[in-house]
Design a protein around this ligand. Sequence first.
Ligand code: VGL
Ligand code: ZN
Length: 216
Amino acid sequence: MHLAPDDVLLVIDVQVDFLPGGRLPVPGGDAVVAPINRLIARFPHVVVTQDWHTPGHASFAGSHPGRAPFETVDLAYGPQVLWPEHCVQGTAGAALAPGLEATRAELLIRKGHAPGVDSYSAFLEADRATRTGLAGYLRERGLRRLFLCGLATDFCVLWSALDAREAGFEAYVVEDAVRGIDREGSLDRAWARMEAAGVRRVASAGIIASAGITGS
Ligand code: VGL
Ligand code: ZN
């Protein structure tokens, strides 16, 4: 797996609240930081996303009286899983993981910042109409091949990978640099959906071993 000058590492939601000890911990979430740092050092382009919710966001169970985390409710745009409060704008939990070496990132996309609309995807909010601008940015910069890593495999990585394919990009998921929440089979389903959409799986070691290009 040789990297080309137009390859992008897309680092999804590696934030304090998704690590062990956080508000919405992804099992083993901290294990993605080391491989992602090795990848960041080798990729020609790095883009980072940050889950960035308003206080009282519609995706929080606490915003729906009588509802508990992980239940599903119907919002104006369709079904929405309710989460514990997490990644509230400006809080310590919303910060990027302290060990993440994200200095080289050339773009930071914040998502889920509309009070009534969630956004698992780095491209398209949950209303499936509001765009984040990421596809336009990548196209304008001539960047075509995306390598996704981060958290969580079965939510934000999944939706970002599917939308990347939908938008016409090549998409790879770095399988040892992602971890899933895995509720009720969601992780197996996520891999199946990504495979069906033409998202490919790759190991970080294969990229790191052959990477000839460093940041430009
Ligand atoms: C995520 C649930 C809620 C994620 C974000 O980053 O996968 N999951 N918000
Ligand atoms: Zn969220």
